[in-house]
Design a protein around this ligand. Structure first.
Ligand SMILES: [Zn+2]
Ligand SMILES: [Zn+2]
Length: 450
C-alpha cells in the first residue's frame, strides 16, 4: 500500500498541467480527541491520494489542521471522505478566493504532538471556554467600537503585507511568542476593553481566546474562519473591507490579495511592494519582500553574498552549505541586516500605493483577438507554451495574457519558437513557446492586441 509521495514536485506540476483541470485551494481544521493519530493519518493518505488531493496536513491527538489543493471535480468526493468522521461532519472548508493550480505539489500528512505549535499547556486551562465567534459584518461593527482592542495573532512577515486597520501586530516569528507579549501589553485592559482577535484561518484564535479568558480577559472575540473566511464574506455580501492589503498564505502563492492597497515596501529598495519571495540561494532561502526590478538586478537573492554564491559551481556551493542549519528551508523567517526596508511591530494603517489589478474598463477599451490557451510554463527557464487556436501571431505583435491569478499582463513578442525552431509567424495548430518574465497559469488566455 502506498502511504507516501512517489512523485517529485516537478513531476507533479507537470502532471497537473497536463491534466488541465481546475483545482481548489482550501483549508480546514478541527479539534477533537483522536485515540490513534497514526492510523487516522494513514486512512486519510489512502483516501486523499486516490482523489489526487495535495497539501500540507498536521494530525495530532487533538485533531487536524489542513491546507490543501483539490481537483475541483473531486470536491464532493473529497467532502465525503471527511464526513466519514463524526468530528468533521459538516465542517467548514475555507476555499481560497484566488486559485492557483500549483498551490501544493505534494500530499504530506504529518503526525505531530499538536496541530498548532502554541507552546501552551492545555491541562492548565479550559480549552473549550473560547471567545465569541464573529462573522465579517459583526467583526467590522466591533472594530468600530472605541472600546475595542484588535490584535493580529500572526507573525511579522504575515502582518507586514496586510492587516486590519488599527490592529496591534506583534513583532514575533512564532505564534507561541505572541501570547505572553500580548498578555503583558494588555495587562490593564482585561476588565473593560473588548479583545478582538484574528489570524489567517481562525485556528490560532481557537486556543488563544480560551487562554486569554483564562488570563482574566472578560470580553474576548475572534474572527470566525479567520481572514480567509472574512475575505469570502465581504465579497459575497458586499461588505466594506477593514482589512487592508494581502493575506499571507502558507502555500507557494505566499499571499492572497484582499484589497488593492499595498502597505509594505520592497525590502531592498523601499518601493511599495508586497510580493514575498524566497532567496534563490538554497543555502539561505530567506523569506523576504522583493520588487520586480530588484528581483532582476539581484537575481532573486536577498544579498550580494547570496548573489555571489549562486554563481559558484555547485560543488563549491555545497561546500559552503556544509554545517549550515537550513532547517525549515521554505519558510525561513529570519530578518536580515541586508534588508533595509523590512518593517515589523508598529505598521502603518495607510496604504503606500495601489496594486494594478484587473481593470475592467481597461479590458473593454483594449481591442483584442483570442489567439490561444496556455499549455505550460517552465518555471526555471521562464518559457511559456501556448497552443495557437485562432489566427496568427508574429514577432513584434503586442499581446495580452489574461487569467484569474495572472491578471492582465501586456508585452511585445520578440521571439517565437514553433515546430522545433525559431519562427516569424505562428499559425493555427502551432504549439509555440517564448520567454515571459512572469509566471503564467494553465487557464490563461493569449490575446493579440489590435
Ligand atoms: Zn526593490
Ligand atoms: Zn539570501
Amino acid at each position: 500500500m502506498q502511504l507516501y509521495n512517489t512523485l517529485s514536485a516537478e513531476e507533479r506540476a507537470r502532471l497537473i498541467d497536463e491534466a488541465g483541470k481546475q483545482r481548489l485551494t482550501l483549508s480546514f481544521y478541527a479539534y477533537t480527541n483522536l485515540p490513534d493519530p497514526k492510523k487516522f493519518r494513514d486512512e486519510l493518505f489512502i483516501a486523499w491520494n486516490g482523489l489526487d488531493a495535495l497539501g500540507r496536513i498536521y494530525v495530532a491527538h487533538e485533531g487536524i489542521n489542513a491546507q490543501m489543493s483539490i481537483p475541483a471535480d473531486h470536491f464532493e468526493a473529497f467532502r465525503d471522505t471527511l464526513e466519514v468522521y463524526d468530528f468533521m461532519r459538516g465542517i467548514r472548508l475555507n476555499v481560497a478566493v484566488e486559485q492557483d493550480d500549483h498551490s501544493f505539489l505534494k500530499l504530506t500528512i504529518k503526525v505531530r504532538n499538536k496541530i498548532v505549535a502554541d507552546g501552551l499547556n492545555d491541562d492548565s486551562f479550559d480549552v473549550t471556554n473560547k471567545g465569541i465567534h464573529l462573522k465579517a459584518q459583526e467583526f467590522n461593527n466591533l472594530l468600530a467600537d472605541p472600546n475595542t482592542i484588535v490584535v493580529d495573532f500572526r507573525n511579522h512577515y504575515e502582518s507586514e503585507v496586510g492587516h486590519f486597520e488599527g490592529a496591534i501586530t506583534p513583532d514575533v516569528e512564532t505564534f507561541r511568542e505572541s501570547l505572553p507579549i500580548i498578555n503583558e501589553q494588555l495587562q490593564d485592559f482585561k476588565e473593560d476593553k473588548n479583545l478582538l482577535m484574528y489570524c489567517t484561518g481562525g485556528i490560532r484564535c481557537e486556543k488563544a481566546s480560551a487562554y486569554f479568558k483564562h488570563q482574566g480577559f472578560k470580553n474576548v472575540f475572534q474572527l470566525e474562519g479567520g481572514i480567509i473566511e472574512y475575505a469570502r464574506q465581504i465579497k459575497e455580501e458586499n461588505i466594506e473591507s477593514k482589512f487592508i492589503g494581502k493575506n499571507f498564505v502558507f502555500d507557494h502563492r505566499l499571499g492572497e490579495r484582499i484589497t488593492d492597497d499595498i502597505v509594505s515596501q520592497c525590502h531592498q529598495c523601499g518601493k511599495p511592494c508586497d510580493n514575498h519571495t524566497n532567496c534563490f540561494n538554497d543555502a539561505c532561502h530567506l523569506l523576504f519582500i522583493q520588487c520586480d526590478e530588484c528581483k532582476e538586478t539581484m537575481e532573486n537573492c536577498c544579498s550580494v553574498e547570496c548573489q555571489e554564491t549562486i554563481h559558484l559551481p555547485l560543488v563549491e556551493q555545497l561546500k559552503l552549505r556544509k554545517g549550515l542549519q537550513v532547517g525549515n528551508k521554505i519558510f525561513k523567517k529570519g530578518k536580515s541586516e541586508a534588508l533595509k526596508f523590512k518593517m515589523s511591530g508598529d505598521l502603518p494603517n495607510k496604504p503606500l500605493a495601489k496594486a494594478h489589478t484587473n481593470n475592467i474598463r481597461q479590458k473593454i477599451a483594449v481591442k483584442k483577438t483570442l489567439i490561444g490557451n496556455a499549455e505550460h510554463y517552465y518555471t526555471k527557464s521562464k518559457i511559456a507554451q501556448f497552443l495557437v487556436e485562432n489566427g496568427t501571431l508574429s514577432v513584434g505583435d503586442k499581446v495580452l495574457i489574461s487569467g484569474p491569478t495572472t491578471g492582465e499582463q501586456e508585452f511585445t513578442i520578440t521571439e517565437i519558437f514553433a515546430n522545433g525552431g525559431s519562427c516569424e509567424t505562428a499559425r493555427e495548430g502551432d504549439q509555440i513557446t517564448f520567454e515571459i518574465p512572469f509566471r503564467i497559469r494553465l487557464s490563461d488566455k493569449l490575446y493579440k492586441i489590435l
